[in-house]
Design a protein around this ligand. Sequence first.
Ligand code: ZN
Length: 277
Amino acid sequence: MKTGRLTDFSKLCIHTITTKPWKIEEAAENFSKAGVKGISVWRETLVGRDIMKTGELLRSNGLEIVSLVRGGFFPSISSGKRKKVIEDNRNAIEEAASLGCPMLVLVCGADPAQSLEISRSQIKEGIRILLPYAEEYNIKLAIEPLHPMYADTRSAISTLSQANDLAEYFNSPLVGVAVDVYHLWWDPDLEYQIKRCGANGHLFAFHICDWLSPTEDMLNDRGLMGEGCIPVGKIRSWVEKAGFTGFHEVEIFSTKHWTEDQYQFLKNIKKAYLENS
Ligand code: ZN
């Protein structure tokens, strides 16, 4: 399929984790100078800061705050841990509200000590408990399905079909899905599921990076768009056809890229965004 080339940075958002060596203040300044328009904030970058003031700082740098990352991790064999994690998710919703950020990304979690079915039912229960709180603060919850290699501990939700089922079950304008090419590119059902997600108004976010071959680390070896084998532009065209008009969020965990000069890395991100996204 032919894809319209990206010609500017008006939809470019970068996750703070992508340039992990930078403090959030540095990321704000450097993203802004580079013409990046959106920022997704990882919660650890907010530790020890006045969150409202940090939100103001990001906006004063011309950045739109796209999402707060991350809540979730609902399942556990221990009911005490499940209760604790609900508290943490409530805190995350409050942090999003203080930051002036409309959306919290949910990495839903899993516990290898119990079945995936039980983990999935605990995810459903976790979102059910959290939803009134999200409504109170008007924060969207974006369920992010993760690649099945993470089904042991990070997410019992592995496909977009499962995430769509869950979002449709809640049938709320505040419960939707984050589509991340890294997690979903292999799925033969992807085009259809993206269409379904968009048709229901559940397509909340679009995350991009690339799958390196070989992948040397299951977590921290993601590539820049064009370095691997994901047809990012093709998937973007499906997302756009499904009605998505939001930001393209560059989310890269990479021990290799984190050791590079982050200014040069940012330049490379912009180049890869235009040429390979
Ligand atoms: Zn993601």
